[in-house]
Design a binder for this molecule. Structure first.
Ligand SMILES: [Zn+2]
Length: 82
């Protein structure tokens, strides 16, 4: 299920988490929320900060981050390139 990010569009009374925005899991078929389920203020869907796609990493970056890149060489044979 995709994660949607919602944020209050009107002044939030108290310390509801919608003030700074919150993430919620919703199925594609569900209608977007119009009100905060906790305090009832108007909210709107905002693009998730994680929706920018996966950053492209070079081999060097992968190595720095402790990843191992495997390249397929032959049938079922993988060579470690990092
Ligand atoms: Zn709220």
């Amino acid at each position: 299920m995709p994660i949607y990010h919602y944020k209050a569009t009107e002044k939030v009374k108290g310390k509801c988490r919608c003030k700074d925005g919150f993430d919620i899991l919703q199925s594609m078929s569900e209608k977007p929320l119009k009100k905060c389920p906790e305090c009832g203020v108007k909210i709107k869907k905002v693009p998730s900060k994680f929706s920018g796609g996966v950053a492209l990493l070079s081999d060097g970056n992968l190595r720095d981050k402790g990843f191992t890149k495997l390249v397929k060489k032959d049938k079922g044979v993988y060579e470690k390139t990092t």
